[in-house]
Ligand binder design. Structure first.
Ligand code: AR6
Length: 288
């Protein structure tokens, strides 16, 4: 198994701005942005990594209503945590879509697992409930982290795999929910909130959308000589591991359209599972 990734090696959004790995999109209407906050930007991270390797207080699983495991990140988390995770999940009585429940992390480097049940896009969009349900997952997960005294929480890109929620839309809902939670002062005890992506399409969506919810403060975005000198050796090491920011708006090349997904899911469940495996290969190829 690959080495765990400690929290200290996960760059903050403030650092990503300082190093110009993320910047405000050109032509953006700055007056439409929420107020920049150093405090928030020091709390937020966006990375592309296997979430089962994160040494953080909690990771958020993309589960289903049974909470008894499945494919995708759910399967990876259950495999890495070992059978005791299944046994604890089996005592929880399932979980409603749009909500979340918490368990221990067992053999994972993370102390706790928060199991969030994201919406199936093709079903809930037809009911106009997709964004409200996805937002509920993020909000309830943040609440559980706070209620349990956890300091760090890493989200997988809920619903963007087998449940077919488009990455760009999903990132907007996630970022909006986290921003509101912090604006309401409910996340003061959290030190770090990490968006942990697996596929490039999801990371691209975050890199593009994150400045709309957590804009840079002026000093962070100015890559002056003074600023560069302030970057510590540790930060330089982290910077070397970072991907470049996308130059174009994200698209979802591996992701079937809603129409295609709907047809396939109704007709043959296994096809969606193959899409998930394509996602795993995406990270594996890129990182090895
Ligand atoms: N680390 C981080 N992210 C991952 C990993 C990983 N090891 N593996 C996959 N992802 P999905 P959903 C990303 O399909 O769409 C399960 O069967 C993946 O690239 O895992 O919410 C459950 O039991 C994608 O961006 O979850 C449910 O039945 C994200 O995790 C159903 O799938 C979520 O993709 C839930 O579907």
């Amino acid at each position: 198994m690959a080495d765990p990734l400690p929290l200290s090696e996960i760059p903050t959004l403030s650092l990503l701005y300082k190093l110009n790995h993320i910047s405000l999109p050109e032509n953006i209407d700055v007056s439409s942005l929420p107020p920049p906050s150093i405090e928030f930007n020091d709390k937020i991270s966006v990375i592309r990594h296997d979430i089962t390797l994160l040494e953080v207080d909690s990771i958020v699983n993309a589960a289903n209503e049974s909470l008894l495991g499945g494919g995708g990140v759910d399967g990876a988390i259950h495999r890495a945590a070992g059978p005791n995770l299944f046994d604890e999940c089996n005592t929880l009585g399932g979980c409603a879509t749009g909500s979340a429940k918490i368990t221990d992390g067992y053999r994972l480097p993370a102390k706790k697992v928060i199991h969030a049940v994201g919406p199936k896009y093709w079903l809930t969009r037809a009911q106009g409930r997709h964004s409200e349900l996805l937002s509920g997952c993020y909000r309830r997960s943040l609440e559980l982290a706070v209620e349990n005294g956890l300091k760090s929480i890493a989200f997988s890109a809920l619903s963007t795999g087998i449940y077919a929620y488009p990455s760009v839309e999903a990132s907007m809902v996630a970022l909006d929910t986290v921003r509101k939670f912090l604006d309401e002062g409910k996340g003061d005890t959290l030190d770090r909130i990490i968006f942990c992506n697996f596929m490039k399409k999801d990371e691209d969506a975050y890199f593009t959308n994150i400045p709309k919810f957590f804009p840079p403060v002026i000093a962070e975005s100015e890559n002056t000589e003074d600023n560069v000198e302030e970057v510590s050796t540790n930060e330089v090491d982290l910077a070397a591991m970072l991907p470049d920011a996308p130059k174009t708006d994200p698209v979802s090349p591996g992701q079937p359209s809603l129409k295609r997904r709907k047809t396939k899911t109704e007709g043959d469940e296994e096809v969606t599972v193959e899409d998930e495996h394509a996602g795993s290969e995406d990270l594996t190829k890129a990182d090895k």
